[in-house]
Design a protein around this ligand. Structure first.
Ligand code: ADP
Ligand code: ADP
Length: 229
């Protein structure tokens, strides 16, 4: 089974007041293979966040179908949700909790039994071992991003989704973050990320989909795509 299947996905935002409703997705089709490092590229307003938010179950779709590891996000919502972890765009973190507390709280939300929790292992994978017990507000921006990735991995999802995780992050911290995410991919986690940095997608992703005006205008192996640009 593919990590992600999107079929004829349509999203129309109802706009209040006069004026037409906003069609953000015009019938998207996508397949992401297990173990892939998949990039969603496109200009601002293309529909990337809408697509990610629908996959994550944060926004309702107007039409079409989304399956995560074969689980329909509508008919099999629980199973679909437990198969994905989502790293949000915003750096919202509870400033007065420590990374360990953030992880334990999240594990509780997902009902991960104490005996199956991997807090130390995941924090180590994100390079946060030394910071496990300090307040999150004292962490650098790069460390906070890594903590958000750690938090999204707490229930060991098969698919990790990152929405513009490096917007406004300097090049060194970006490289650090990606080194850590690459490790997760090497260990078998499917990675789906949105970005508008082509170089970033080029360096990291094995497959790239380009979205524009709510449509997939290209979806191919990175090498093939770059060969044509
Ligand atoms: P991207 O993430 O690629 O920048 P978005 O998914 O945020 O694109 O937006 C796609 C289109 O849908 C844009 O034209 C945007 O203005 C519109 N849009 C996004 N969210 C809403 C909303 N809540 N209500 C109305 N229009 C929206
Ligand atoms: P992105 O950084 O992904 O491009 P935006 O800055 O376009 O996101 O949008 C930020 C937030 O505002 C999102 O939650 C989006 O859903 C919402 N939004 C975007 N466009 C509109 C719109 N035209 N009407 C209402 N909400 C919108």
């Amino acid at each position: 089974t593919p990590a992600l299947q999107v079929r004829d996905l349509v999203k129309i935002y109802k706009v209040k007041g006069p004026g037409p409703d906003k069609t953000a997705l015009k019938g998207i089709n996508l397949d992401v293979k297990q173990g892939s490092f998949f990039g969603l590229l496109g200009p601002n307003g293309a529909g990337k966040s809408t697509l990610i938010n629908i996959i994550a179950g944060l926004v309702n779709k107007t039409g079409g179908e989304v399956r995560i590891c074969g689980f329909d996000t509508e008919k099999d919502m629980r199973a679909a949700r437990s198969a994905i972890g989502v790293v949000p765009q915003e750096l919202n973190l509870d400033a007065f909790f420590t990374p360990r507390e953030v992880m334990e709280f999240q594990a509780g939300l997902y009902g991960v039994p104490k005996s199956k929790r991997r807090t130390d292992e995941i924090l180590a994978a994100m390079g946060l071992t030394d910071k496990a017990d300090v307040y999150a507000r004292t962490l650098s921006g790069g460390m906070r991003r890594r903590l958000l990735v750690a938090k999204a991995m707490v229930h060991s999802p098969d698919v990790l989704i990152l929405d513009e995780p490096t917007a406004g992050v300097d090049i060194e911290l970006r490289q650090q973050l990606w080194a850590h995410v690459k490790k997760l991919n090497d260990e078998g986690t499917t990675i789906i990320l949105t970005t508008h940095y082509l170089e970033e997608a080029e360096e990291l992703c094995d497959t790239i989909a380009i979205i524009n005006h709510g449509e997939v205008v290209a979806c191919e192996p990175t090498e093939d795509l770059l060969g044509r640009l």
